[in-house]
Design a protein around this ligand. Structure first.
Ligand code: PAF
Length: 290
């Protein structure tokens, strides 16, 4: 597995490309877990045996607000590289921060529609930071396709929108949420949880699972569903809800009742100092999410 940290080396690798060999990218911030590795598996499936699977590791300062967890975000480069190599990744691009942002960088990619609510409302800097770094990584690595996890459902939607609106020739592939045995969605931030918080955090997937059952029993009223989810989460004393929202799965606009296109229930909940997100995407004839 080739590991590149230098931008010129990255450009040389991209320039070397001779035969049309599909390149599939998995952008990450490191602190990898089985969820990330499932993205690598999907990338290999899309690239084929002759194709190239590349991952990036970069904890992107631009997507963290000053009060957020940039400084304590887990960093474990050597472990991450071993995990990626074990999963058959071909190339890893892991640049240093100064290489990625000039001190006077003044251009950013702003998405101002589907990124405005949910995560965008709670973390106003987040999607501009994500779009800017993903655009830069696409420019640097020139992938044919890129894989993103559906746990960050809105991020995936925003990136699809960016690729569409800015004509990036990159196919965007969504990968299903990977869960721990008790249902907690895998996340690098789970490592922050104390034992008590970790035990209570499994309520998120339980609450979403119960909502799915109610939908399957015929409940279409979104406020009723959200009320049930909130009540279940609030039963865990260490939880503090940031938002629990019911939106159209494509437009991400609030809806009152489940229509033809289904429903996305998206949530963000604090356990102590750790903010976790999860979602249930329910579509007619196709249940996803929790
Ligand atoms: O989902 C993440 O890990 C990050 O937001 C991403 C897409 C790698 C951009 O920094």
């Amino acid at each position: 597995m080739r590991v590149i940290s230098d931008l010129d080396e990255c450009r040389a690798w991209v320039g070397d490309r001779s035969a049309p060999r599909p390149r599939v990218l998995v952008p990450t911030m490191g602190a990898l877990h089985e969820g990330h590795l499932s993205l690598v598996d999907l990338a290999r499936e899309r690239a084929g045996d002759d194709g190239e699977v590349a991952a990036t590791i970069f904890v992107n300062p631009a997507q963290f607000a000053p009060h957020e967890d940039f400084d304590r975000y887990p960093r474990q480069l050597e472990t991450d590289l071993a995990m990626l190599e074990g999963r058959g990744c071909d190339v890893v691009f892991a640049p240093e921060r100064p290489a990625m942002y000039a001190p006077d960088a003044s251009v950013a990619v702003v998405e101002s529609g589907i990124g405005a609510g949910l995560e965008g409302a709670s973390r106003p800097q987040f999607f501009t930071g994500v779009c800017t770094i993903v655009a830069k990584l696409f420019n640097l690595t020139q992938p044919d396709a890129a894989v993103f996890g559906e746990k960050d459902y809105q991020q995936l939607a925003v990136i699809r929108r960016m690729v569409r609106d800015l004509d990036f020739p990159v196919e965007i592939i969504g990968a299903p949420i990977v869960r721990e045995t008790d249902g907690l969605a895998m996340s690098s931030r789970n490592a922050y949880l104390s034992d008590d918080e970790r035990a209570q955090a499994s309520v998120l997937s339980r609450a979403l699972g119960e909502a799915r059952e109610l939908i399957q029993q015929g409940q279409v009223d979104v406020l009723t569903l959200l009320g049930q989810v909130e009540q279940r989460i609030a039963s865990q004393p260490l939880s503090r809800i940031d938002y629990v929202a019911g939106v159209h799965p494509d437009t991400l606009e609030s809806i009152d009742a489940i229509g033809e296109d289904g429903l996305l229930i998206a949530l963000a909940v604090w356990f102590g100092k750790t903010r976790l997100i999860d979602n249930l995407c329910w579509r007619r004839n196709l249940a996803g999410g929790a």
